[in-house]
Design a protein around this ligand. Structure first.
Ligand SMILES: [Cu+2]
Length: 152
């Protein structure tokens, strides 16, 4: 019986000592900038995936997303815009290879990021299909004027 009492005493004292004497784990993380989501943009898509880039967000949430130019060494500027928001990156290019967008999501749902610069190489890989339906421009064929025609 005495042994049991001693054992309990030892256990209790260990518990007490460990809970009191143990310094709180110092989780001192250096003051860092809030990590932002990084997305590479190149002619093959966002992070190599063709199509628009979707991001779940909740109403009121601060969205921070960094777009990284990925068409090096060539210059093939893109402009990444947010659907339904009046926000875009401006030219994402060799000169401005990293642009961060920060804004507050105005509703819960998917945010849609897409290139809004149609002139870029691989533009079709940087936005969704919806708007592309039958967008093949049927350029009116300019009727060539017959050479040698003259109003005599
Ligand atoms: Cu584009």
């Amino acid at each position: 019986m005495k042994k049991v009492f001693l054992l309990v005493l030892v256990l209790v004292s260990i518990l007490v000592v460990s809970s009191c004497a143990q310094p709180q784990p110092a989780e001192v993380s250096p003051p860092q900038e809030k990590e932002t989501l990084r997305v590479e943009v190149n002619r093959y898509g966002f992070n190599g995936n063709p199509g628009e880039f979707l991001l779940e967000a909740e109403e009121g949430q601060e969205v921070a997303i960094t777009f990284v130019y990925g068409d090096l060494p060539e210059n093939n500027p893109h402009i990444i815009g947010v659907l339904d928001y009046d926000i875009d990156t401006g030219l994402l290019s060799q000169e401005n290879p990293e642009i961060t967008l920060r804004f507050i999501a105005k509703e819960t749902g998917e945010l849609v990021f897409a290139c809004i610069r149609p002139q870029c190489i691989g533009h079709h890989n940087l936005h969704g299909d919806e708007e592309e339906e039958h967008s093949e421009d049927e350029e009116p064929h300019e009727d060539e004027e017959p050479h040698g025609y003259s109003e005599a």
